[in-house]
Write a protein that binds this ligand. Structure first.
Ligand code: IMP
Ligand code: MG
Length: 415
């Protein structure tokens, strides 16, 4: 859920990319209309004017981003106007068609018809998603889509079962020749565990005789954010095969030493245990090969402040340790648990790109829900590719439908 409170809370200093600062012009330009003007012709005129104003704001931001991209290419990203306005802004891999995206979303959400409610956080989030899809569709085209698991493909803690409407959209991506990666923090060494969680999708891929073997093999699962890789395998009982690390590790990952991994997890575990005591959390510790976390005791729930405090304490403790400076890690709030993983989704997505022969960042899209809570593990993917930020599995389905609609529109226009 992305409430205003949650947004303001999470935009505090521990956030990195403060593009949200650019929301200010909306407030300056929004004008609640006085009651005496409530004549339908007048309302239509006000709406048209508001539409125009909002579209102009988005055109301005679109130009700022284009200017920033030009600076990126020239190696002077630090000097762009956008960087001066938003010092924490991240890299852009494609232009964002913000003006067109606003017009598209305004036709669906009637943003400019509202007089009292200014464009909301969700309006802007969905407009950015559309702008990103348009940037991809009109640019180099998408070759790889990576999806987060919990909240993105299925509800938190649930499984991808056969009736899930996202399945036939993913089959469509594969049929188009796109590669698909599920890049999830859920970390298991055993393929049958992933089969249990992704059964609906894996069985559908297996039974779809419109997919070639090559297209089926375009489905992979990256577990533990960047730690365990599995590829679709028609002939395995779990429909997945474990891919040995030496077949997919990036060069930099080969430098991660086992002793360091152990040591980092020890530091993280000690810090988690301290939080358990200090905050009297109703939780237990779970230590895994490449992760350590806390999960709630039976029937208990931790509240958000407890989860976020724990993430920030562990994040700071590990970052200040010697090993935390040598090894990347990701501490995050999973909704009702806190986990620290070795590596993060930027490594996970990069490894998927490399496994498929070097897919570019500008042709990869990561879809996820965690961009705001402490640690926000999907946010890390921003470093490796373009991203879409969804708030529920239903929004993922809508995003994939929007993608096909935009692809078809663009194909018609460019014939
Ligand atoms: P995601 O949304 O697909 O990235 O999954 C995140 C959730 O996976 C966490 O909130 C945990 O509940 C669960 N999980 C299971 N094993 C692990 C692990 O090894 N590391 C991190 N999260 C894990
Ligand atoms: Mg998630």
């Amino acid at each position: 859920m992305t409430t205003r409170y949650r947004v303001e809370y999470a935009l505090k200093s521990h956030r990195r990319d403060q593009l949200g600062l650019l929301a200010v012009p909306f407030v300056l330009r929004s004008q609640p209309t006085a009651v005496y003007q409530e004549h339908s012709l007048m309302l239509a005129a006000v709406a048209a004017d508001t539409h125009q104003r909002y579209a102009e704001i988005l055109r301005d931001v679109e130009r700022l981003i284009n200017d920033h991209i030009a600076h990126q290419k020239a190696g002077t990203a630090d000097k762009s106007k956008l960087k001066q306005l938003v010092p924490t802004v991240g890299p852009f891999f494609t232009p964002l068609m913000l003006e067109d995206a606003f017009k598209y979303q305004d036709q669906r959400r009637y943003i400019s018809r509202r007089r009292f409610v200014a464009p909301s956080f969700n309006d802007v989030r969905l407009t950015l998603n559309t702008a990103q899809l348009m940037g991809l569709v009109r640019g180099n085209k998408i070759r790889l889509v990576t999806f987060d698991g919990d909240v993105t493909l299925y509800n938190d803690g649930c499984c991808l079962t056969e009736e899930n409407p996202v399945i036939h959209r993913i089959l469509r991506l594969l049929r188009q020749g796109k590669k698909v990666g599920i890049v999830t923090a859920a970390g298991y060494t055993d393929a049958t565990k992933y089969y249990g969680r992704l059964k609906g999708l894996l069985e559908s891929v297996s039974q779809d005789d419109r997919l070639t073997q090559d297209q089926k093999n375009g489905l992979i699962v990256m577990g533990g954010e960047s730690n365990f890789l599995f590829q679709f395998d028609q002939f395995s009982p779990s429909l997945l095969t474990y891919v040995k690390r030496n077949e997919w590790l990036l060069d930099d990952m080969k430098l991660w030493r086992e002793e360091d991994i152990e040591e980092l997890l020890n530091v993280a575990e000690a810090s988690l245990r301290e939080c358990l005591t200090n905050l009297t959390l109703p939780a237990a510790v779970l230590r895994k090969a490449r992760a350590v976390g806390i999960y709630p005791l039976d029937g208990q729930k931790m509240h958000r402040e407890q989860l976020e405090e724990t993430v920030l304490v562990v994040q700071n403790t590990v970052a200040r340790s010697d090993v935390g400076k040598r090894l990347p890690f990701c501490a995050f709030n999973g909704g009702n648990d806190v986990f620290v993983d070795i590596g993060d989704k930027s490594w996970g997505v990069r490894a998927c790109q490399s496994y498929f022969g070097g897919i570019e960042r500008s042709t990869t899209l990561h879809v996820g829900d965690q961009f705001l809570s402490a640690g926000a593990n999907d946010f890390k993917a921003r470093l490796a590719c373009t991203t879409a930020w969804i708030a529920s599995p239903l929004e993922t389905v809508q995003l994939l439908d929007e993608l096909i609609e935009l692809e078809n529109d663009w194909a018609r226009k460019t014939i």
